[in-house]
Design a protein around this ligand. Sequence first.
Ligand code: NAD
Ligand code: TDX
Length: 332
Amino acid sequence: MRRLLVTGGAGFVGVHLVQHAVEHSDCQVTVLDKLTYAASPEALTALPPDRMRLVVGDVADAMMVDGLVASHDAVVHLAAESHNDNSLQDPSAFVETNLVGTFTLLEAVRRHGVRLHHVSTDEVYGDLPLDSPDRFTESSPYRPSSPYSATKAGADHLVRAWIRSYGIPATISNSSNNYGPWQHIEKFIPRQITNLLDGRQPKLYGNGQQIRDWLHVSDHASAIWAILGQGRLGETYLVGADGEQTNLEVVRTILAHLVREDLDVDLVADRVGHDQRYAIDSAKLRVELGWRPLFNDFEAGLADTIDWYAANESWWRPAKERAEAEYAARGQ
Ligand code: NAD
Ligand code: TDX
């Protein structure tokens, strides 16, 4: 593979995947990204210009996507609207990008026979009870809860239908929650870190007992790379690192790292339809492809992430007041 197209390559997961691709191969990467509020093109500027170029555009723009797909050997599809809370406020951009955008890309892939890897989320499977040992597997039924997860589920179904009906050479991965550098401060972990750095209280939805299965973003990137290179065509792989934590536990770990155990947490309005627990069984990816996460110690990965946000205030500061004002307007 010489020429790789990455949609959404200026987003949180995208910048780590592009960096991984440049470091682990000699391919040339084209990033197609609309540069929405969630993009961080500055995270790509350190890459050599002969290895990475940025094309600003919409994955739902059929003409542009057709031309780009035709001139590449493989595509990793990450472009999406990605925040559940935003999808509850206004789902329209989610339908447009996550569904119409994926459809647009699939049609170009079908015309040109190009290898596709579609990046999705464990949220397509809905949620698990807090008090059960169950975990999601590749055969769990689809049961999405929010407009965001419903559009991701719909996109997965489109990819599977294009595999079966048209024989496109594609794979799918469904990952658990990622954390690490360059994640937008609207998301849970960066929001709490930057609140504390700002002297605000951490904000927990409801009672803070919901569980997420945390995966370091660089481990997500290595998993996508392994599946793109060695995954069996037509297959789906779940990605996770056995990192289950309640939201309250995560906040307590951040407080401890910042030596702020004294500070209270603020219990705020719950998310409507809030998924209670996600948990991933990634045995297929580990056994078939030999993938292993490098960040097995969540507290150490979180400590690195906190230090990164403390050192990169100039990146997140411009977005902070507006994000907090939007949360405050919703009682969160
Ligand atoms: P993000 O919101 O940080 O980045 C999304 C990127 O897509 C941004 O750079 C944005 O500008 C771009 N984009 C949005 N609409 C576009 C459009 N119409 N055309 C072209 N580009 C567009 O999201 P992320 O966290 O990096 O997630 C990337 C992908 O990984 C998504 O598909 C998401 O569903 C999936 N995923 C993320 C996580 C996670 O925890 N972050 C977990 C599982 C799956
Ligand atoms: O301020 C907050 N307080 C809080 O308690 C925020 C922003 C969130 N939460 C809770 C809601 C969830 O239980 O924290 C948990 C994580 O919330 P998010 O960061 O919004 O992530 P989640 O909704 O779990 O979805 C994430 O993981 C799967 C990503 O945003 C998705 O893009 C990915 O598909």
